[in-house]
Design a protein. Structure first.
Length: 283
């Protein structure tokens, strides 16, 4: 059970991220044209990856996360000759400094943390790489304490939010994508400097719908060496419900109150948190 998890820099990782690899990351060789897809787990990373891979018509490679596997993976990523789209769940402090120096473009996708917590709870239940959890109530406590894989949602978010004015980082909201996907796809393409027509945007949105992605994944075999999320290579575990507001089916009023107190305390100074609160009425 606990053997599935080890800590690095105080943050819980699964054994699918080896300590040696994590130790070596700061020396990672970033390239100016790398694109990072950054998220806390269960925020819509696969969805974002699906869209980006369609925006780019020239040959690009969606790599595994930089924190996935053992030290031999670094060489594999180094050997790729095409442009790299690199997913990661690392917080800003742990991101290899080369990406910062080279000002690589990055997307940071955010989802209402209540829905993220619920999604992660189900992931813990379904994913054999994660420890067993007794109940939702127990999980929520761990989540609020940051005692889950990838650490505290709040700290992860805040570490990236500090860079919200960096011109090379684009913040996206899962809820905005649910509300008006064509608008978000357009914004993404402008940020990437790729010209796409309205028709192409429509096609991208169709191919990135939850139903389409879920049914496609049922047909494919998973490749153990490749993954978008370092926590599993089995994409069948990813497409559960894809909804906004599922937290209402899980939180008791008392749990909701506890969550909001924590949210207010941690997010006091956060501009983006206001967007989550006022735009999506998370309360
Ligand atoms: P749920 O568990 O709430 O269904 P990640 O890709 O970061 O692991 O996030 C997984 C979450 O994103 C899951 O949430 C999954 O269903 C949702 N998701 C994946 N593809 C989606 C899509 N095309 N549209 C909406 N939600 C999607």
């Amino acid at each position: 059970q606990t053997a599935l998890i080890h800590r690095f820099n105080g943050i819980p990782f699964t054994t699918r991220s080896s300590p040696d690899l994590l130790k070596s990351l700061d020396a990672f060789d970033a390239r100016e044209d790398d694109i990072l897809l950054v998220s806390y787990p269960k925020s819509g990373t696969h969805w974002l990856a699906q869209i980006i891979m369609q925006i780019y018509t020239p040959k690009v490679t969606l790599t595994s996360p930089i924190e996935f596997g053992d030290i031999s993976r670094v060489e594999e990523l180094n050997n790729l000759s095409s442009k790299r789209i690199i997913p990661t769940h690392l917080d800003y402090n742990m991101l290899p400094s080369n990406f910062k120096v080279k000002q690589c473009k990055a997307f940071y996708i955010i989802r209402n943390p209540k829905d993220t917590a619920v999604s992660m709870y189900h992931y813990y239940r379904d994913n054999p790489n994660l420890p067993t959890i007794d109940s939702w109530t127990v999980f929520l406590e761990l989540f609020l304490r940051g005692d889950v894989v990838c650490g505290s949602w709040f700290d992860h978010f805040l570490s990236w939010e500090e860079h919200k004015n960096d011109r090379n980082i684009l913040f996206l909201f899962y809820e905005d994508m649910k509300k008006d996907l064509p608008k978000v796809v357009k914004k993404m393409s402008v940020f990437l400097g790729v010209n796409i027509s309205d028709r192409e945007i429509k096609e991208i949105c169709e191919k990135s719908s939850f139903t389409e992605m879920k049914s496609n994944v049922e047909k494919e075999n998973s490749d153990p060496n490749h993954t978008v999320c370092a926590l599993t290579s089995n994409r069948k575990l990813i497409f559960r419900k894809g909804a906004v507001g599922d937290w209402k089916n899980h939180f008791t009023p008392k749990e909701n109150k506890m969550f909001e107190e924590m949210f207010k305390k941690k997010m006091k100074l956060s501009e983006l948190a206001k967007h989550i609160i006022y735009e999506y009425h998370i309360q």
